[in-house]
Design a protein around this ligand. Structure first.
Ligand SMILES: Cc1cc2nc3c(=O)[nH]c(=O)nc-3n(C[C@H](O)[C@H](O)[C@H](O)COP(=O)(O)O)c2cc1C
Length: 139
């Protein structure tokens, strides 16, 4: 089956409480399970980096909702591609909270990525981790 994979970055609303992050993760897991979406959500204290993968129509619906979600802004798609298999088949939505520093963030992400992650998504994730770490550092 052909699937769509989208990687985006965004800026979290200032001082987003931990409880709100947990709410996002719980709701995402339930809704993604129902919509056959899987993926990964990285939060470094100021920015989100998310990869979502699934049937094209479900992903498009999610992107539309994400664009309107006031808990983040500056939503920017960094990669969109058709894939034949999932990079995160067992993750309804895994939340990885990382340090603002690039070095620590990269280590934390690489440590928990499953073997199923394709090379291209792996590379994209590391590039985007670098991007959100650099922006956070500048702010
Ligand atoms: C950073 C971030 C990541 C999110 N990830 C997902 C997700 O993977 N799946 C999902 O259904 N909703 C996710 N949401 C929540 C959606 O933006 C939206 O609030 C939710 O899908 C409910 O939309 P509705 O109230 O219009 O049904 C996320 C929100 C944020 C801020």
């Amino acid at each position: 089956m052909q699937l769509t994979s989208v990687t985006y970055t965004s800026l979290a609303r200032a001082n987003l409480p931990q409880a709100e992050l947990e709410t996002i993760q719980e709701l995402s897991r339930a809704q993604n399970r129902a919509a056959d979406i899987t993926g990964l959500l990285v939060f470094n204290g100021t920015h989100f980096l998310q990869v979502v993968e699934g049937p094209e129509r479900a992903i498009q619906g999610l992107i539309d909702r994400l664009r309107q979600d006031p808990r983040h802004s500056g939503f920017e798609i960094r990669d969109q591609r058709k894939v034949v298999s999932r990079s995160f088949p067992d993750w309804q939505m895994e939340l990885i909270q990382v340090a603002p520093s690039l070095f620590e963030a990269r280590e934390a992400i690489v440590d928990c990525l499953p073997d199923t992650v394709s090379d291209v998504i792996h590379m994209r994730l590391l590039r985007m981790t670098e991007l959100i770490s650099t922006i956070s550092f500048q702010n």
